[in-house]
Ligand binder design. Structure first.
Ligand code: SF4
Ligand code: SF4
Length: 486
């Protein structure tokens, strides 16, 4: 991975002592924030809702996840919304009552034993999805891992995008939740081995996690933790690159980390949310996001999901607010925000990046090969761009265009300011989307996930069987009291 980009000098965040919390005046909750289908609103205009209350539920048999409110207040509107990722769905608008009242279903569990099937049920009901990007329902991933016979869980602490730091803030804030969440997920998958993937320069976060492991060692006896250290490079945490770095394998078309490497990977913020759901019965209704600009120190804010971009920017420093271009996500792979008043943070939004708009003068390719050096998938972006511009799509396929992960590194590196990513990634997306439709897997989007021959829909539905079919050997026992490990 020597050819990936290093941003360490440009993306450093100050170390924040306290996590800033934002209590917005309203939230806009889209019913589709996940890979799959949309939930259906379960509340009506005028209805009062509380923190942690379910406001959207899946239609029976659909590949959707529940949606919960992160504020208490009144439903003022149910409307159609189009997000920057071009998803259009219904959204529930809730005006805050400023009381921050929790729904009775949210409570710190006292001493209990949690079986593996119970963990799977909690994760499903809490609407947890992969928070590192694609939003795959975590229950589907757990079940796919079980079906693939994996032997370990990987906890992805490899956040490497420039101007994004929320995963590290989460580790600093709640390392014990990540450790116990990893144990719970390993139990839910049915494995004992947990590998924590983290950059070797993250000394404080490594120390926090190791300390939490020692503190809670009695609670996970029988589970084996290992740390795997990486060099901080972008886009280090992408699963194809993890497969290469850890196992020396290049995933072929149709192969997954689960099927080829017998490992399943969860983002560390997702792992945190799983334990929050188990220990506090709190569904996924808030998240940390990084807010940053090119010319300012970034920082992290804990926000209820559905908080609008404009309300977040109004709470952060002026330096960021005065910039010109808003990006939903990180500055390399994020999507432009055109209407910050009506654009909410969703379960997968890790950052808002504010970028000074520059006018680039595009010139011709000077054959410097910087794009090749930058491409983590070892493609030749300059060549692919040329082939696609000349309509030679078959030749581009032979050159592996479908492997593009839309990381943006080639465009970033190109001195001629050629729109390499836009051209290559959108063609790769079309190709992969077509393939998925042909496979009749039931999904038409988010093509860059290599789902191989396993249907996520099938694994998602499989849980209904698991819930009623737990046996004694399936049990994991996680003792804790009042949300604190004992
Ligand atoms: S956007 Fe695609 S082609 Fe460009 S560097 Fe990333 S993976 Fe390679
Ligand atoms: S980085 Fe840009 S100029 Fe250099 S070879 Fe690639 S496309 Fe051409």
């Amino acid at each position: 991975m020597d050819n990936a980009l290093e941003f360490s000098k440009r993306s450093s965040f100050k170390r924040e002592i306290l996590l800033e919390k934002l209590y917005p005046s309203k939230i806009i909750l889209p019913m589709k924030m996940n890979y799959g289908e949309a939930a259906v609103p379960t509340v009506k205009v005028g209805e009062k809702v509380l923190i942690g209350q379910c406001v959207g539920a899946p239609n029976p048999g659909s590949f959707a996840v529940p949606v919960h409110s992160g504020i208490s207040g009144t439903v003022t509107e149910i409307k159609n919304i189009t997000l920057p990722n071009r998803e259009t769905c219904k959204a529930v608008v809730i005006e805050s009552d400023r009381k921050r009242t929790y729904h009775p279903s949210v409570y710190a569990r006292n001493s209990i034993n949690v079986s593996a099937s119970k963990v799977r049920g909690i994760v499903k009901d809490a609407g947890i999805v992969g928070m590192g990007g694609e939003g795959i329902p975590t229950i589907a991933k757990i079940n796919m891992a079980r079906r693939s016979g994996v032997d370990r869980v990987l906890v992805n602490c490899l956040q490497s995008e420039p101007f994004a730091n929320c995963d590290f803030m989460r580790i600093s804030e709640s390392p014990e939740y990540i450790i116990m969440g990893a144990v719970a997920l390993a139990g839910a998958v049915g494995v004992k081995r947990i590998d924590v993937l983290i950059s070797d320069n993250r000394k404080e976060e490594i120390a926090s996690l190791q300390n939490a492991m020692q503190m809670s060692a009695g609670d996970y006896s029988g589970f084996i933790f290992n740390f795997k250290y990486f060099k901080e490079r972008f886009p280090q945490g992408y699963y194809g690159l993890v497969a290469k770095a850890l196992y020396g394998v290049e995933l072929k078309e149709g192969e997954t980390l689960e099927s080829r490497c017998k490992a399943v990977m969860f983002n560390c913020s997702t792992v945190y949310s799983c334990w929050e759901a188990i220990a506090d019965n709190m569904p996924l209704a808030s998240r940390i996001i990084s807010v940053s600009g090119e010319n300012s120190e970034g920082h992290n804010v804990l926000v209820p999901i559905g908080t609008t971009v404009s309300e977040i920017l109004n709470t952060v420093n002026d330096n960021i607010k005065t910039s010109k271009r808003l990006v939903w996500g990180n500055c390399l792979t994020g999507l432009e925000i055109s209407d910050p008043d009506n654009t909410p943070i969703i379960k997968t939004t890790s950052a808002i990046s504010v970028i000074t708009k520059k006018e680039f003068n595009t010139s011709s390719c000077i054959r410097c090969s910087r794009c090749e050096d930058a491409c983590p998938m070892e493609l030749e972006p300059g060549l692919l761009f040329n082939l696609l511009k000349r309509g030679l799509k078959e030749k581009a396929k032979e050159e592996g265009v479908h492997k593009c992960i839309a990381c943006g590194c080639c465009s970033y590196a190109c001195p001629a300011a050629i729109d390499l990513t836009g051209t290559i990634a959108s063609y790769a997306h079309t190709l992969n989307k077509h393939k998925i439709e042909q496979n009749k897997l039931g999904f038409t989007e988010h093509s860059k996930i290599n789902i191989g021959s396993v249907s996520l829909l099938e694994t998602f539905e499989e849980d209904e069987v698991i819930e009623t079919d737990a046996d004694a050997s399936d049990d994991i026992v996680l003792p804790f009291e009042g949300g604190k490990l004992v």
